[in-house]
Design a protein around this ligand. Structure first.
Ligand code: DX5
Ligand code: ZN
Length: 219
């Protein structure tokens, strides 16, 4: 199933001193989802935000909160993110041994479940998960930081996962995250992605540019 392209700005590139205002600005600028990068300084070499911040941001928009958890362990924190207002909760199989259980836990909380693969993780990792999830997130950079360059080999992975998804006949989103800009966005879309995360490319130039930045990513 192919969907309209969705743009999910990563607030990692926003001004953290005024996050509420930034979320309202990207909402008004026409984004589809709000991508929230949660990092723990353990699974990835950076620390960002936790459930308290997600909760504080929730009243600022009605758009989908697409919460990308780069934390280990993860299960302990699912309920807090669900209660804080996450709509989609995406986890990394590289961060723990029980991804299937984690997916079940996310579903039990009434949320959409996503699985994210690091650049070195093969598409095959999804073989026994794909039927049970709502979203696949392909990392096109190594997770941890915004502003990195797109890793070309991930286009092949997106192509492979697009085939897997279509084979299921289910409504599963294929999202790409890292190094997405006006040059890489059309290539990721051509490979089969239907949700584009963009941090630097959305927030560059400040609020006056958000609408044109987002429009440019749609192609
Ligand atoms: C990286 C994060 C990304 C990142 C994307 O670990 O998951 O969402 O913020 O940033 P850009 O779009 O600047 O590559
Ligand atoms: Zn992310």
């Amino acid at each position: 199933m192919t969907h309209a392209i969705r743009i999910a700005p990563s607030i990692l590139s926003a001004d953290f001193a005024k996050l509420g205002e930034e979320v309202r600005a990207i909402d008004a600028a026409g984004c589809d989802w709000i991508h929230v990068d949660v990092m723990d300084g353990h699974f990835v070499p950076n620390i960002t935000i936790g459930p308290a911040v997600v909760k504080a941001l929730r009243p600022h928009t009605t758009k989908v909160f697409d919460v990308h958890l780069m934390i280990s362990p993860v299960d302990l924190y699912l309920e807090a993110f669900a209660e804080a207002g996450a709509d989609i909760i995406t986890v990394h199989p590289e961060a723990g041994p029980h991804t299937h259980r984690t997916i079940q836990n996310i579903k039990a909380l009434g949320k959409m479940a996503g699985v994210s693969l690091n650049p070195a993780t093969p598409a095959k990792m999804l073989d026994y998960l794909i039927e049970d999830i709502d979203l696949v997130l392909v990392m096109s950079v190594n997770p941890g930081f915004g502003g990195q360059s797109f890793i070309e080999s991930q286009l092949r992975k997106i192509e492979a996962i697009r085939k897997m998804i279509d084979k299921t006949g289910k409504d599963i989103r294929l999202e790409v995250d890292g190094g997405i800009d006006v040059n890489t966005a059309p290539r990721a879309i051509a490979a089969g992605a239907d949700v584009l995360v963009a941090g630097s490319a959305t927030f560059k130039g400040g609020p006056d540019h958000y609408a044109s930045n987002i429009a440019a990513l749609r192609g």
